[in-house]
Write a protein that binds this ligand. Structure first.
Ligand code: COA
Ligand code: MG
Length: 305
C-alpha cells in the first residue's frame, strides 16, 4: 500500500547550501525535497550529494516527508546520486524525484535500479518515486508514465523547463506573461488527468518571483481547481500561500459533510436528486466529499517523523 502523504507544499532546498538545509529542518511544511539538480552548480555536485546524504541520514526534519531530487538519467551524476542515496540514507528517504523524464522507459529503469540497490543494501522499505513532467516528450507520454511503476506517487508539472522544451516565449520560471487565457491550462490539465487515472497526486511546479505572492496564489489556485494536490515552493514565504490554497477550509468541510448527510437521507426516501440550500445535488455532488474529509483528517493528524 502506498503511503498517503500531504503535498500541499513541496519546499525545494539546494543541496549545496548547508545553511538552507539546516534552516529547512526547522520548517513546518508538508514535504521537503533536497535538490541535487538545477539548484546545484556542476562543480558542487559531489559536495551537495554528501551534504544531502548526511542530512537525510542524521537530521531530524519537522516535515513529515523527505525527498531528494536527483540529476536526470542522461547526466554524469545520476548514477552516483542513486547509489549514494540508497546506500547512505535509504532507510530514511521517502521519495526520489526524477527530473527530465523522457518517457515510461525512464521510470521502469529507475524502478528496477532502485529495486537492485535496495536489495544490495538491505533497505527495508520501498522508496517512492515522483516524476517531473517538464519535457515535451514526457507530456506526450504522460499517461504511460503515470502507469509505469507501482513506486510512483506523484507527477509534477515543471513549467520552467517545460516552457523551454516547447520553445515558449516567457519571461521567467512560472510566468505566463500576457497570453490570452491560461498559458499552462492544457499542460496542467493533462498532467492532472493522467495523475488521477494512475492514482497519483499531481503537483504544480515552481514560481520563481518569490516577491510576488499574488501571482503565486493565483497560479496555485488554477492548479487546485484542476485537481492538483499542491505546489512547489522555492522560498519559505511561499509555504503558507500554498498551504492556504490546497487546504479545504472548515466551511467547505462542514458543507461537504452536511451534503453527504442530506443526500443519504434523500436516498432513504427514494429520491435521487434533491434541493440542498437552493441548488440541485445528486450522487455526483457527493462524490468528492470523502476526498475532502480524508484530506482534512490528514491535515489534522499530528505532523512529525
Ligand atoms: N530553503 C531553506 N531556506 C531558505 C530557502 C529555501 N528554499 N530560501 C531561502 N531560505 C532562507 C535564506 O537562507 C534566508 O535565511 P536567513 O534569514 O537565515 O538568512 C531566509 O530564508 C530568507 O531568504 P531571502 O534572503 O529572502 O532569500 P535569499 O536571497 O537568501 O535566497 C533564493 C533566494 C531564490 C536564492 C533561495 O530562496 C533559493 O535558493 N531557493 C531554492 C532554489 C531551488 O531550489 N531551485 C530549484 C527548484 S526550482
Ligand atoms: Mg527542471
Amino acid at each position: 500500500m502506498k503511503t498517503k502523504r500531504l503535498r500541499r507544499c513541496q519546499l525545494s532546498v539546494p543541496g549545496s547550501s548547508e545553511k538552507m538545509l539546516a534552516k529547512a529542518a526547522t520548517m513546518e511544511v508538508d514535504y521537503i525535497f533536497l535538490d541535487l539538480e538545477d539548484a546545484v552548480a556542476p562543480n558542487r555536485k559531489a559536495e551537495a550529494r554528501r551534504n544531502v546524504v548526511e542530512a537525510v541520514r542524521s537530521t531530524r526534519f519537522r516535515a513529515p516527508t523527505i525527498a531528494v531530487r536527483i540529476n536526470d538519467l542522461s547526466s554524469p551524476w545520476a548514477y552516483d546520486d542513486l547509489t549514494a542515496l540508497v546506500e547512505g540514507c535509504g532507510e530514511k528517504l521517502d521519495v526520489i524525484v526524477l527530473p527530465k523524464a523522457m518517457g515510461p522507459h525512464d521510470i521502469v529503469f529507475l524502478d528496477r535500479l532502485l529495486a537492485m540497490l535496495e536489495a544490495r543494501h538491505a533497505v527495508g522499505r520501498r522508496i517512492g518515486v515522483e516524476v517531473l513532467i517538464e519535457e515535451i516528450e514526457a507530456l506526450n507520454s504522460v499517461e504511460a508514465i503515470a502507469a509505469a511503476s507501482p513506486r510512483l506517487e506523484g507527477l509534477i508539472f515543471g513549467m520552467g523547463d517545460y516552457a523551454a522544451s516547447q520553445g515558449m516565449r516567457v519571461s521567467g520560471v512560472g510566468e505566463t506573461d500576457d497570453y490570452p487565457g491560461d498559458l499552462f491550462h492544457y499542460h496542467r490539465n493533462r498532467v492532472a488527468i493522467a495523475a488521477r487515472a494512475g492514482g497519483l497526486d499531481a503537483v504544480d511546479g515552481p514560481y520563481a518571483d518569490f516577491r510576488n505572492p499574488d501571482k503565486y496564489r493565483e497560479e496555485a489556485r488554477r492548479a487546485a481547481i484542476l485537481g492538483f494536490a499542491g505546489k512547489w515552493a522555492i522560498h519559505p514565504s511561499q509555504i503558507e500561500l500554498a498551504e492556504a490554497v490546497f487546504s479545504p477550509d472548515p466551511a467547505t468541510v462542514t458543507k461537504a459533510r452536511a451534503m453527504a448527510e442530506a443526500y443519504a437521507a434523500a436516498r432513504e426516501r427514494g429520491e435521487g436528486a434533491i434541493n440542498f440550500e437552493g441548488t440541485m445535488i445528486d450522487i455526483a455532488s457527493v462524490r468528492g466529499v470523502d476526498e475532502i474529509v480524508a484530506l482534512a483528517d490528514l491535515i489534522g493528524e499530528k505532523r512529525g517523523r
